[in-house]
Design a protein around this ligand. Sequence first.
Ligand SMILES: Cc1ncc(COP(=O)(O)O)c(C=O)c1O
Length: 409
Amino acid sequence: MNTHESLPTLGGVNMNDDFIPLSVPFLGGNESRYVQECIETNWVSSVGDFVNRFEDMVARYVGCSHAVATVNGTAALHIALIVAGVGQDDEVIVPTLTFIAPASAIRYVGAWPVFVDVEPVYFQLDLVKLRAFFEKSCHFEGDNLVNNDSNRRIKAIIPVHILGHPVDMVELNKLARYYNLIVIEDATESLGACCGDIKTGNLSSIACFSFNGNKIITTGGGGMIVTNNGSWAERARYLTTQAKDDPLEYIHNEIGYNYRLTNIQAALGCAQMEQLDHFIATKRQIAARYQEHLGQIEGVTVAGEAPDRFSTFWLYTILIDPTITGITSRQALQSLAAHAVQTRPLWHPLYSLPPFSNCQAIDIVQANHIYERALSIPCSVSLKPSEQMLVIEHIQQLIRTGGLCRKST
Ligand SMILES: Cc1ncc(COP(=O)(O)O)c(C=O)c1O
């Protein structure tokens, strides 16, 4: 999901000086100074002050008592599933409209994703459909919830706060408590978002963040597990550092993983954390400007914010209805690319991808609808208001002319 890596495949986007990228990092704080400090002190690998400092900063920010830094968000999800006790042939509920990583991590531990649709307004896990599935298609065997269809135990739910907007965690936690399910938040896209006044990452038993190149803060690549459960945190730290029982004699009593973040990456993370509140305020300003200028266009739906939830608007996404505007989201992507504006569709709904062809999918309607119409548009922290107005004008013109606008010379 690194925007830079995927540039050449994005519909021949015109990368001249006026190029407006979708979402790129802003490294204008103490990043160079802290990385230089790692080089000068020789602490460049997976142990060092910045790793501890970065963990403390994220834990304090989110409000959790423990944080364990990892090489990326996918590794964080993998370890979170293991420490939560999800294993072979368990089932885990996950939304079908998300980046693939949480579903892949479920498969890493031998468990099976059960894909659930998303609601149409904020594109988050549809809790009405989820409740109906539990009520109509599952039963209890002792304390365990069992899927009537597969006869497998449903062990956990992974709500994914996509695009920086939180899932309704009050309702989700009620459901999880009633059905005796563990909740593992995929908060990778939502650092700084809140339900009420509680931050995502602190709304479940264990949660994961990602700091890849396009996230609201970046360490190049990186992730973090956060939890209030001390023994889970200790186990996560053990598993992410090769399960070393005696580091001197190289005694390992189980298979671990080489999943720790390096000090250099953590140095970037510390500098990025110092700027996070500013990044969020900027993303919200960008969102407000899009809402103001695109919100009135018939056939275009702008992203909003649910009551009692606080979105970071990490990745700003609009829907384009081709039956009203005369153009599809993919035609809009091509047309904007010709104007050197990078945009991107949302993820292909996971339930219909080959690796998940034998997984169950529950009443998927909205995810398909959103996937066809969605377009994420430029929202880097460094996006200048004048650049954003250009993007807005291109989109307005595109819709006015039914997609027939051409780059002016
Ligand atoms: C929803 C979601 N989950 C998990 C990940 C995985 O994070 P990473 O790329 O750091 O492995 C990402 C980001 O790429 C994501 O968007």
